[in-house]
Design a protein around this ligand. Structure first.
Ligand SMILES: [Zn+2]
Length: 255
């Protein structure tokens, strides 16, 4: 910056230090030429101001937002991008919401995901241990393999929903969320969907790590039990119905 020296304005070094006299002159000339002609000069010392904040002080958030404006998405916006914020509103335990969000991002440790992250797996180790028919990916594990499909189907029958096959995990969430909209209490719309993916994931881990076996009936009952347990969180300390009553009219008790 600069300042008054014995009545004359003198520019400082603009932060350029030793060995840069030539560059300093060039920079200084460019800087001065770029100044508006009517720039008011005051007697006070110069100061720095961060223009992205009203306070004039630097903040990481303002810098981050400015940089973000300069970046462009790699392709068209995903039509289900708005779902990322919906998942956090569902009234279920935080770890389950976080799991749902990680599913959207393909960030759960399926065998496919481990390979992408550099963990060396042979082609035989990529195959889903549940059915031995396809590589273990998020859509396969949570939507497509035959037992998962049967669980989705049975759960859709339970709430009277016409199940439409989703192309990916986010579309699946949206279909269930949309069906439940205004049929259940606010923030419970994604509850059943999360109960299903959470149950399927725990079941997968149980099979891999505890050598357990699974069947569709048990999984469906587990999903329903989770929905029942999550249904009354924050509403009352005592559930207004028992599990069997709940199973007969799930949407009624969720509304
Ligand atoms: Zn499989």
């Amino acid at each position: 910056m600069g300042g008054w020296v014995q009545g004359d304005w003198k520019w400082g070094d603009l932060g350029v230090r030793y060995g840069a006299e030539l560059e300093l002159t060039v920079l200084l000339n460019r800087f001065v030429q770029g100044l508006p002609a009517d720039l008011p000069l005051t007697e006070g010392p110069d100061a720095t101001k961060w223009r992205l904040e009203d306070s004039g002080s630097y903040s990481v958030a303002s810098c981050f937002n400015e940089i973000r404006k300069l970046s462009f998405p790699f392709g068209p916006v995903n039509r289900f991008d708005f779902i990322y914020s919906l998942i956090w509103k569902v009234d279920v335990p935080l770890k389950v919401k976080a799991f749902g969000w990680r599913c959207f991002k393909y960030k759960i440790p399926t065998r496919n995901a481990l390979l992408i992250r550099g963990i060396p797996l042979s082609s035989s180790n990529l195959v889903c241990v549940l059915c031995d028919e396809s590589n273990e990916s998020v859509p396969h594990l949570l939507l497509d393999w035959r037992i998962a499909e049967a669980v989705w189907f049975n759960m859709s029958l339970w709430i009277g929903m016409n199940l439409v096959k989703a192309n990916d995990i986010m579309e699946s969430f949206w279909n269930w969320n949309y069906f439940c909209f205004k049929k259940v209490r606010k923030d419970k719309e994604g509850c059943i969907w999360l109960a299903i993916v959470w149950t399927l994931w725990l079941n997968r881990n149980d099979i891999i790590f505890n050598n357990s076996i699974c069947n569709v009936n048990d999984l469906v009952w587990s999903c329903k039990m989770l929905v029942w347990r999550w249904s009354f969180v924050g509403k009352t300390s005592n559930s207004p119905c028992n599990f069997y009553e709940f199973c007969k009219s799930p949407l009624y008790y969720l509304s």
